[in-house]
Ligand binder design. Structure first.
Ligand code: ARG
Ligand code: GLU
Length: 715
């Protein structure tokens, strides 16, 4: 019995679902483990540069999401929240695709999206040796950085600079390893289909980061190419791109413990931080940032509730602010529950013991932790000040807006040609339109008072700009409300007409007016102060920390040499594998691993915007009209799995053991959001849209069965 128990515990140690693995190294590090857990294909099937592989069906979508090919005519699927910006830009009051959804019934009806790009990974190569060729123990950190920059530039140049390719060298493992990555970029991407927000964003911010979840978070686009199947800017003549590979879609559904993998572009994690860093994040940064966003969300929320125009104007802003606000709250709870700081301290104890075990190790590693400890203490006030610049000062819309006019000073100082200046002014005129379209003065004014109050109360006096402080004190008796009255009455940035007048008659002498503008002045005061007093110190400390973290990482890999490390996410292609799984979030509470359409009907509430269920969906439910997309008359909506994912993984394909598409990744559970810093196999789950619900919506709800016909459906 004992031996059996022992084997079980070894296997479950291997079953750890943590990790975002480099596809290039699956064969070396992961494939045996994956196959043991049910995976039926080979590493070469997932990633190959010589043969077609699953990687050829995965793209970076826009600036921060993943998408995947699902037909041989360039059709891609991603999240609704990833296509949101594009769908919104295409919408007007008459054609409100966000509210009503959009379905192109023929290719002619598909809508172009200027500026939207998708990128295919062409290849990835370990170039560490080349990058570090001129680096040795005897040079300084600055010399090291110069040598690396030089080498990187050379490598990137050697790869050529063909127009349609994006070539980058990126650091991995805190700068211990470097990869060359080449992407092919397609620029004619058209909207094919999107469900109404009542499906694609069902549950809204209320359900965001939460399980159980019922969001139909998907949208469809198509990649277009020129006649030679090459990337091209938008052109009417372009034709649907023929991909090397597209994902077969499985209707089989999922069972608990089924093998799953997520193949996509996770953005950023910090799994190898020290306890000092986790302390700074969880005890200082997160609480302050949460508080600052609390204030903003409350002010916006109140004004949105009492005014339907404000509701519209601030919908996207509110959602964006709420997203990370809620994530930080979950992250902090999770770190606390996990005892993350203590766990880090235990590792640090091991590290210290090891580092002191020989003279040689002592020389290299002995001082790292005490130095990091000190640096994190030193950086705290600067880091907090930087957070407050972003979350308080520039979170005030007119201050942030005024800061965009700073470029005009440069145009003057550098004597830039009239032609370019005119272009700039035109750009500012256009952005004025979109700024004021979504600007509500009373809302921003309340934020101004509340956020600057927080700044004054929580940030060291030395970081309160002198001129601003004096102005507030002398002219406004330290009353931010009176200062706000003045700023929002006098500033051109608070008044569309005045701003347009300024832009229409702009000449260099107008700069005088800019300098006198109270909102611009406040921006300048903070910008000048931070450029002088915050950033120089902050950047120096940050770079020192980065250097030590690099060596610390190296040390960790030496101590735990039997363990395979995965590098922190850095928005490069990764594979996370695990299994379909339920979880127990709290004492006596069990969450099953899937949700169904009945749950949507349960949540239905016509009085709450986030929970209004579409009539047609209700009819389909009543008639159990689910087509081939359900089993036993149950329509599955979402499921959870233990794949290690983060922001950027939105839209990533979730694949089964055969490499068939079973879902689209779109979120994590609230209890698991600390996985960016520390993963907990008991609590961390990714949230996946069941692909069968997407197909059901396309087919039965939208009547777009021609799209289903393009796909490769397997059972
Ligand atoms: N939480 C998910 C992700 O980080 C979905 C975000 C969609 N936005 C929202 N505010 N609901 O990005
Ligand atoms: N919603 C996230 C995204 O947009 C994915 C969720 C997560 O952070 O894991 O990428």
């Amino acid at each position: 019995l004992l031996t059996i128990l022992f084997t079980v515990s070894i296997i479950s140690a291997l079953l750890a679902d943590e990790g975002m693995w480099i596809p290039l190294f699956l064969d070396k590090y992961n494939i045996a483990d994956m196959q043991e857990n049910g995976f039926k294909l080979t590493a070469e099937d997932i990633y190959s540069i010589n043969n077609t592989s699953i990687k050829d069906a995965i793209v970076i979508f826009g600036r921060g999401c993943t998408a995947e090919l699902i037909s041989d005519e360039g059709l891609i699927i991603t999240n609704h929240h990833c296509g949101y910006g594009a769908i919104q830009s295409l919408s007007s009051l008459d054609n409100d695709y966000l509210t009503d959804g959009f379905w192109a019934m023929t290719k002619d009806e598909e809508l172009p999206n200027p500026g939207l790009e998708v990128s295919f990974l062409v290849k990835m190569e370990d170039v560490t040796k080349l990058v570090l060729a001129d680096v040795n123990e005897d040079i300084t950190e600055e010399e090291r950085q110069l040598a690396i920059d030089d080498a990187v530039k050379k490598i990137e140049e050697q790869e050529g600079d063909a127009n349609d390719y994006d070539i980058v060298v990126k650091p991995f493992f805190n700068g211990n390893q470097y990869f060359l990555i080449v992407y092919e970029v397609f620029k004619d991407i058209r909207l094919v289909g999107a469900p109404p927000s009542s499906i694609g964003k069902f549950g809204g911010d209320t359900d965001n980061w939460m399980w159980p979840r019922h969001t139909g978070d998907f949208s469809l686009f198509r990649i277009y190419a020129d006649k030679e199947n090459q990337p091209s800017e938008y052109n009417e003549e372009n034709i649907p791109y023929k991909p090397k590979y597209h994902l077969p879609i499985s209707l089989k559904g999922v069972k608990k413990n089924d093998f799953t993998m997520v193949y996509g572009y996770p953005g950023r994690t910090s799994e190898y931080l020290t306890s000092y860093a986790v302390k700074l994040i969880s005890e200082v940064e997160n609480p302050h940032q949460i508080k600052l966003r609390d204030i903003r969300l409350e002010i916006m929320g109140n004004n949105m509730n009492s005014d339907s125009l404000v509701r519209l104007q601030y919908a996207a802003k509110h959602a964006r602010i709420a997203n990370y606000w809620k994530k930080w709250i979950g992250e902090n709870r999770g770190l606390k529950k996990l005892n993350a700081i203590e766990k880090k301290q235990e590792t640090e104890k091991d590290f210290t013991e090891w580092a002191n075990s020989s003279e040689e190790l002592k020389n290299k590693y002995g001082k790292i932790l005490p130095e990091l400890n000190k640096l994190y203490t030193d950086i705290e006030p600067y880091r907090l000040a930087v957070d407050y610049l972003y979350e308080a000062v520039y979170a005030i819309e007119i201050i942030d807006y005024a800061s965009r006019f700073n470029a005009l000073e440069k145009y003057y100082q550098e004597n830039i040609a009239d032609e370019d200046l005119n272009k700039k002014i035109n750009g500012l005129k256009n952005s004025a339109k979109s700024f004021f379209k979504d600007f509500n003065l009373p809302t921003d004014k309340k934020c101004f008072v509340a956020l600057l109050t927080m700044y004054n109360e929580n940030i060291g006096q030395e970081f309160i700009p002198m001129e601003y402080k004096t102005l507030l004190n002398k002219k406004f008796k330290d009353d931010l409300n009176v200062l706000a009255d003045f700023v929002y009455k006098k500033s051109i940035f608070a008044n569309e007409e005045n701003l347009n007048a300024f832009l229409h008659s702009y000449s260099h002498s107008s700069l005088k007016k800019l300098y006198k503008d109270p909102a611009y002045k406040i921006f300048k005061n903070f910008a000048d102060m931070s450029n002088e007093l915050i950033y120089p110190v902050y950047i120096e400390l940050r770079d020192k920390i980065a250097t030590l973290n690099r060596v610390y990482m190296q040390g960790l890999q030496e101590i735990y040499h039997e363990r395979v490390f995965y590098p922190d996410a850095n928005f490069t292609l990764r594979l996370a594998y695990g299994k379909v799984d339920d979880y127990y979030p709290r004492d006596a509470v069990h969450y099953d691993f899937y949700t169904t359409l009945s749950g949507i009907i349960e949540k239905d509430n016509p009085d709450i915007y986030d929970y209004k269920v579409h009539d047609k969906l209700k009819t389909l439910y009543k008639n159990k009209d689910f087509g081939v997309y359900s089993k036993d008359s149950v329509m599955n909506i979402c499921f959870t799995a233990s794949n290690h994912t983060t922001g950027g993984n939105s839209g990533s394909p979730v694949l089964n053991a055969e490499g068939h598409l079973i879902g689209v990744n779109f979120d994590r559970n609230w209890e698991g959001t600390m996985s960016d810093i520390m993963y907990d196999p008991d609590q961390c789950r990714n949230i996946v849209l069941d692909i069968r619900y997407a197909l059901f919506i396309i087919d039965k709800f939208a009547g777009a069965s021609h799209l289903i016909d393009e796909m490769t459906i397997v059972d």
